[in-house]
Ligand binder design. Structure first.
Ligand SMILES: [Zn+2]
Length: 88
């Protein structure tokens, strides 16, 4: 089941996008969307890094652009036309 959420993003370009989201009741990830795996060197067994493993309850690559947005310096703040009159 898809749980879609609308985000505004500035990358790769300003847009409103619709994304899939992790299942908040997921028994695997408890809604965090994935797991961190520490992994070690197969020969020495020493810690060599942490890998992010996305949970199969969602698909982080599943996203749709709803609406490309113009480049705005402050997303969500519109200049008030009455405050923005040039002085005469
Ligand atoms: Zn999950």
């Amino acid at each position: 089941m898809l749980r879609l959420r609308i985000h505004s993003t500035t990358w790769p370009r300003p847009a409103l996008i619709l994304t899939d989201t992790p299942n908040p009741a997921c028994p695997d990830c408890q809604g965090s969307g994935g797991h961190n795996h520490d992994y070690g060197d197969p020969e020495t067994g020493e810690y060599s890094g942490t890998e992010w493993d996305p949970c199969p309850c969602w698909d982080e690559t599943r996203r749709w652009t709803l609406l490309p947005l113009p480049l705005l310096p402050h997303w969500g703040r519109r200049p008030d036309p009455w405050d923005d009159e040039p002085p005469f």
